[in-house]
Design a protein around this ligand. Sequence first.
Ligand code: NAP
Length: 266
Amino acid sequence: MDKKIFIYTNRTEMSNSIENMLRNKLAKSSLHVFDNFSDDTDLIICIGGDGTLLRLVQEFGFPKTPIVGVNTGHLGFFQEILPEKIDDFIFLYNQDRYSIQGLNGVSCYIKTSDGTARHIALNEITVKGLSTHPVHLNISINNSFIERFSGDGLCVASPAGSTAYNYALGGSIVDPRLNLLQVTPIAPMQNVAYRSFTSSILIPSNDRLSVIPCSDDDKTLSIIYDGMMSEYENITELSIGLSRKKINLIRFDDYQFWEKVKSKFL
Ligand code: NAP
């Protein structure tokens, strides 16, 4: 059956040449490329690296349409296909020989004395102060007070984001079949004056993390969602949890999460 395809690319020289090659190959198949994304698009092909996929997800607001990545980036953890495997991809896709990996995002509701805002990230929500001073934040889980955090900030990662900034901060890699949030401290202070957890904590998917600035000095914060930053003043509370929004990545038969981890990290 004919399918509607939308191609999203980071427009590098390599991605442009892969796109041209892909368009030529698809023109000879029952897969038709359209210049605009719409609700009845059957498949999004994302050409670039993981960063390109993150930008696609933000631009189209966590589209439900299945996405397949062609890696022309540096790491390509999300990206399933190498450029030289495009013929295999067209063959397998036409035969419906693939599975869908659903990846939930992380949502952050921001309450300020001036109003509310919300960001959803696929990888992580990072909370930091604006200057070089540490931030002091009261952390609760489901209204139960846990700690007064002091340090550079917090990284709250989805399982999909566990291999990104979270991992660089010393957090653990999480198989995305586990539905949880990982809260990883960034340069936590641990001395007689300040006491914060120094390792990640894992919280179940239905729980919410509440972050309340300890003093007026901590009420202006940077909220970083998948590397994109917004600054907010007069914050009264941040409520962070696993989002119901998810993306659907196409994976082929030979995909295994830990094989992918091994090939990209070891
Ligand atoms: P970037 O600085 O251009 O690239 C960040 C790197 O992270 C790229 O190599 C990217 O892969 C890789 N990456 C992104 N998501 C990943 C994932 N889920 N698993 C493994 N690696 C992943 O920034 P960007 O491309 O806009 O990406 C934003 C992301 O950068 C943030 O979400 C954050 O996780 C990450 N970050 C990491 C650090 C750090 O490691 N110290 C610091 C800040 C931010 P590609 O090469 O395939 O694009």
